[in-house]
Every structure is written in C-alpha cells, then in structure tokens.
Design a protein around this ligand. Structure first.
Ligand code: ADP
Ligand code: MG
Length: 279
C-alpha cells in the first residue's frame, strides 16, 4: 500500500463519514444495536456459487460462532466483509449505515473491522512487545505524528493487551520463538491494538493444544461485549465453551445459512447431521 493510496482512502473515508450523518454524530455503530448486517450476498467463481443468498446479522458486543463443513463458504463470507472479495449481489453494512461494499480493504480495516487469518502472520524477528508497538504504528492516526514515541496511554494499552493475550512474561521474547498458539494470540493482540469494533476470526484454534484452545476461549469471552466477534470454527468443544449453552450458532452449507440456534439444537437438527455425516 503506497502512502498515496492510503491518503486517497482516508479522504474517501472522511467523505463517507460526512455523508452518512449519524456516523459523524454519536456512534451509529450502537444506534440500532447491529454491528454487522449481511443481506443476500452471492459470490460466484466461474459459475459456482461459493455464497448463495447469504444473510446474517451480528449484534453489537455479540460473540457469534459460525460452523459448517469445508467449502461451506465461511472464508469467502469473511472475504466479502473485509473487502477482499466483492459479492455479485447483496448488501454488507457495518453498523446501521456504513456500506462496506463501497469501501476498500484498508478503509474497512480502518473503520474498525479486524481480521485474523488462519495462519499467524507475526514479525518473527521482532519481540512480542515490538510486534504490538508496530501494530499501533500501523494505525495511521498514530503514524501521522512524525516522531513516533509511545505515550503513557499507549504503553498502558500494550501492557493491557499483553495481559489479555497471556504474553506478559514473553514481552521481550523474539516472536519466532513462541509456540504456535502464542503466535496466534500475538496476532490477535496486534489486532486489538487497533481497537476493532468487529473482529473476524477464521479457525483461530486450529493446531493449538487443548490448553491453548481453552485459554483462547477465555480470551474471546473476555473480549465479548467490548467487541463483536465472529468466530469460524470446527472444534465443537471450543464452540461449546464459547457459546456457554446460550449463544446463537450459525451453520453454513453450500453458501447459505442452513440452521441457526443453540449449539445443542443445531447439532440435533436433521439437515445439519446429514451435512456433517455426508462428508
Ligand atoms: P470454507 O471456508 O467454508 O471452507 P471457502 O469460503 O473457502 O469455504 O470456499 C467455498 C467454496 O468456494 C469452495 O468450494 C472453494 O473451493 C470455492 N472457492 C473459494 N475461493 C475461490 C476462488 N478464489 N476461486 C474459485 N473457487 C473458490
Ligand atoms: Mg475456510
């Protein structure tokens, strides 16, 4: 991303903010209690529909788990939310009035949509602390100050995030030496440095040990409420821990929502059982 493109994006975003009234006023994000509104999106790859009229609403502060067999369209859905892929049809709104289909990928990240990919992408040769510091600098509002120096508040924030991601004792360790699970947490910490309103997490516990998986669930539960989280996952024990027997789970299949409800109910749903057993 060249600085010019970033500036162009920022200008477009400012213009967009000015246009969409309530965004400039209070916080429209909270206005209707909706964090993300996906309505009837379809994505075709050479005629094959990876997403087929998919609709989904995530509330402010909600932690939603999305499950579904391989190829169901889970990652493609995230690609549409983050601007990586443009759907052929449908709508994607952030909060009640920000049309994500009109924003670029960096703009979407900048307004508060953070995404964690399947593989951790931390700077292996830098320390844990430096990785978090860098994530802070990636925020153009911070980088805009020419002589970047951490303020007390920013140091506090790094400390807070280190605590959250269980890496306080590893702050000075080179990231390359961390375990796979710790790298995943560090990447989540890097996302948190930018204070996203909506966090999209694609198979965050793949390859983690049981203990790491449990700690990750605790981390996500501690983020719930302050952030909206969309967690795509295969590990049902993890999903069970996250949903605490009371949260909604969405099952995707062939690019659409197959079922939605409590984990125990969707797991007992005949259509869902068929889809999983059929593979
Ligand atoms: P999931 O994450 O649920 O496993 P994906 O969203 O990755 O599923 O993929 C959904 C379907 O779309 C799969 O059949 C996949 O092969 C297909 N697909 C995804 N991305 C592309 C692409 N860039 N080109 C062609 N087909 C794709
Ligand atoms: Mg996927």
């Amino acid at each position: 991303m060249t600085p010019d493109l970033m500036d162009a994006g920022a200008k477009a975003l400012a213009a967009h903010k000015a246009r969409s009234q309530p965004f400039a006023a209070a916080d429209p994000y909270f206005a209707q209690g909706v964090a993300l509104y996906v309505d009837g999106i379809t994505v075709s790859f050479d005629g094959f529909k990876a997403l087929n009229n998919l609709s989904l609403t995530i509330n402010v502060g909600e932690l939603r788990c999305i499950i579904g067999p391989n190829g169901a369209g889970k990652t493609t859905m995230m690609d549409c939310i983050t601007g990586k892929t443009r759907p052929d049809a449908g709508k994607v709104f952030f909060g009640s009035n920000i049309d994500l289909l009109r924003l670029s990928e960096p703009q979407i990240a900048q307004i508060g949509v953070g995404r964690k990919f399947q593989k951790p992408t931390v700077y292996e040769q830098l320390t844990v602390f430096e990785n978090l510091e860098l994530a802070l600098k990636a925020d153009r509002r911070v980088r805009a100050s020419l002589f970047f120096r951490l303020t007390g508040a920013q140091l506090d924030r790094i400390g807070e995030v280190l605590q959250l991601i269980h890496l306080k004792d590893e702050a000075q360790r080179v990231a390359g030496l961390l375990s796979h699970g710790q790298k995943q947490w560090l990447e989540i910490g890097m996302l948190l440095m930018q204070d996203p309103k909506l966090l999209l997490l694609d198979e965050p516990v793949a390859g983690m040990t049981d203990e790491e998986t449990e700690r990750t669930a605790e981390l996500f539960l501690s983020l719930e409420g302050q952030h909206s989280l969309v967690v795509v996952e295969h590990d049902m024990k993890f999903v069970d821990q996250l949903t605490e027997g009371r949260k909604t789970v969405t099952v995707l299949h062939e690019g659409s929502v197959l079922a939605e409800g409590l984990l125990k109910d969707v797991q007992a749903n005949e259509k869902v059982v068929e889809v999983y057993l059929g593979r």
